[in-house]
Design a protein around this ligand. Structure first.
Ligand SMILES: *Cc1c(COP(=O)(O)O)cnc(C)c1O
Length: 421
């Protein structure tokens, strides 16, 4: 793979025809170090956030050798990089053949489940294995996440005790655990502590001892309009939550971060194929790496990557992707120099998680090149760049500003506020 000092060096050397995933490997190792140094937990990387080979290789070099996988393809991918990786098959619904192959061909011993039928299936498909680690996925009610992950999976706290007892009986020589997911991009550290309290109550009601408490993923990254609390607050909340749980001295704490390990690491270099007013038609879009820009309307940070003199005026743009589908629209606003034009390259930041990984081949687009760059990401929770994205205003912030302006009292308080700003 090619390496460049900066995205601009890449543009100077070759005008790439296809979108390029710009990869900053160092940000993955720094994030991996943070988790290992600050959380007293075994770190399982949730492969789905970014299954690129270089991610898995970089994590392994940085000491993360455990992986949360959800399919046989992910099992095989990780095994091909690190034959003795620790794998946890954490999808609560698996096919019989995926369970058998994972167990017999790939040595996977850890499986999650959220109901009795899946427990029976796992036991059956592994020939009533006695060395299984079985983890009960629980649905917790947690506020503060951009994406809820309790709607589809997880046994309710009310129904959990019966299942917890059944799994405790089924585990012979392995470990029995509980897991949950507070939701992805969780902005409130205390959501973890609250979830652990709910899980703790179910454990007490079941009267079982658990060997693993797995707090799942949900650790955040930085996006315009979403600047999370310091990562240390997440570690504190989890350590407090664990201390309050009815667990034994040997109970292991696990976590499964996806987004937080990789979000900063990649951006995408896209080209403007046409401009119509404030609409830019790009060679990447919602069927490529900009899924969240369409479906969650996230206004990812943008930069023009160009040698030419550009306007100092920033203007709000919206993007259209390369396919013929009208859904392929990213409302933004994306702030770019007012004179951006056809042929310009734009770097779209913070796409390392659920960005490049989501690309499809729809309509003949979606293939990316890959290049390493050495400069800093656009924002960082680990000290590699500012913690927020200051130059980009979001619609929410704009609206908030307008509301403040409209509702500001005419009296002295309002004037004082104005002076301070
Ligand atoms: C997606 C997923 C994760 C990772 O979630 P992030 O929000 O990216 O940290 C972890 N565990 C499970 C079971 C998941 O499905």
């Amino acid at each position: 793979m090619h390496s460049y000092q900066s995205p601009l060096d890449l543009v100077r050397e070759r005008s790439p025809e296809r979108p390029v995933a710009l990869v900053r490997r160092r940000s993955v190792s720094v994030a991996a170090r943070w988790f290992q140094d600050n959380l007293n937990a075994d770190v399982f990387y949730a492969v789905k956030a970014n299954p690129s080979r270089w991610v898995i290789e970089t994590l392994v070099e940085s000491g993360v050798t455990a992986f949360d996988v959800a399919s046989l393809a992910e099992v095989e991918l990780v095994r091909s990089v690190l034959p003795d990786a620790r794998l946890a098959f954490m999808h609560p619904v698996k096919s019989r053949s995926a369970i058998s192959k994972a167990y017999f061909d790939h040595g996977v011993r850890t499986f999650s489940l959220d109901c009795q039928d899946e427990l029976d299936k796992i036991l059956d498909a592994t020939g009533q294995a006695t060395d299984l680690n079985l983890v009960v996925r629980m649905a917790v009610s947690a506020d503060g996440a951009a994406y809820t992950l309790s709607g589809k999976f997880g046994v309710s706290v009310d129904q959990a005790p019966t299942l917890l007892m059944a799994v405790r009986r089924a585990v012979k020589d392995g470990l029995m655990g509980v897991s949950f997911h507070v939701g992805s991009q969780c902005m409130r550290p205390t959501a973890f502590q609250a979830a652990m309290a709910q899980v703790g109550r179910a454990i007490s009601r079941a009267g079982v001892i658990v060997d693993i408490v797995d707090v799942g993923g949900g650790f955040p990254s930085v996006y315009p309009g979403m600047v999370p609390p310091d990562m240390s607050e997440y570690a504190d909340a989890i350590h407090r939550g664990f201390a309050e749980m009815p667990v034994s001295e040997t109970t292991e704490l696990w976590c499964e971060p996806g987004r937080a390990l990789v979000a900063e690491s990649s951006s995408v270099l896209a080209r403007v194929e046409l401009r119509k007013g404030d609409a830019l038609y790009l060679n990447d879009g919602s069927y490529g790496s900009l899924f969240d820009a369409t479906h969650s309307r996230w206004p990812f940070p943008t930069k023009l990557v160009s040698d030419r003199e550009v306007s100092g005026d920033l203007k709000a743009f919206r993007f259209y992707g390369p396919t013929c589908d009208s859904i392929d629209h990213m409302p933004g606003p994306f702030w770019l120099p007012a004179d951006v034009a056809e042929g310009d390259f734009i770097e779209i930041g913070m796409l390392g998680a659920y960005g490049v990984a989501m690309s499809t081949g729809f309509n003949g687009y979606g293939e990316h090149d890959l290049a390493f760059v050495e400069d800093a990401p656009m924002a960082s929770l680990y000290g590699l760049a500012p913690r927020s994205i200051p130059t980009v205003r979001t619609t929410a912030e704009e609206q908030a500003r307008k509301v403040v302006r409209l509702s500001r009292p005419k009296g002295k308080a309002g004037q004082r506020k104005k002076q301070r700003r």
